[in-house]
Write a protein that binds this ligand. Structure first.
Ligand SMILES: [Zn+2]
Length: 118
């Protein structure tokens, strides 16, 4: 069985208004069908500014950056707010402790994380 590509006509609200070619076999859709073309709700919202973060909801909190326990997810911008110089503390992902059992390697990773994120 061959693969069939059927063109969809989609309006500005992501509603499919037409299926198929004009030359035969097309039909207008009477009732608008909402298509989730770009599902946005797979990402966490920032608890501070409300924007979409780049953190997937499916990401375990131990593997997140900017997750505040008891509060929720911050976007990178909000998380980094306040000059990095004024910060007295940094936080590292908890899993680093178990992922890098070698103290020297852990230290290296912590330092690397620091320079990448602060
Ligand atoms: Zn934010």
């Amino acid at each position: 069985m061959g693969e069939h590509h059927v063109p969809l006509q989609i309006d500005e609200n992501n509603n499919v208004t037409k299926v198929g070619h004009d030359m035969g076999g097309s039909y207008e859709i009477k009732e608008a069908v909402q298509l989730e073309l770009f599902p946005n709700d797979i990402y966490e919202d920032c608890i501070l500014c409300g924007c979409k973060t780049t953190t997937l909801k499916s990401t375990h909190v131990d593997f997140r950056t900017g997750y505040i326990e008891g509060a929720g997810q911050l976007c990178r911008e909000c998380y980094m707010k306040g000059s990095s110089d004024s910060r007295e503390h940094i936080s590292i992902p908890k899993h680093y402790i178990k992922t890098y059992p070698n103290d020297m390697e852990l230290g290296e990773k912590v330092r690397q994380f620091y320079y990448q994120n602060y």
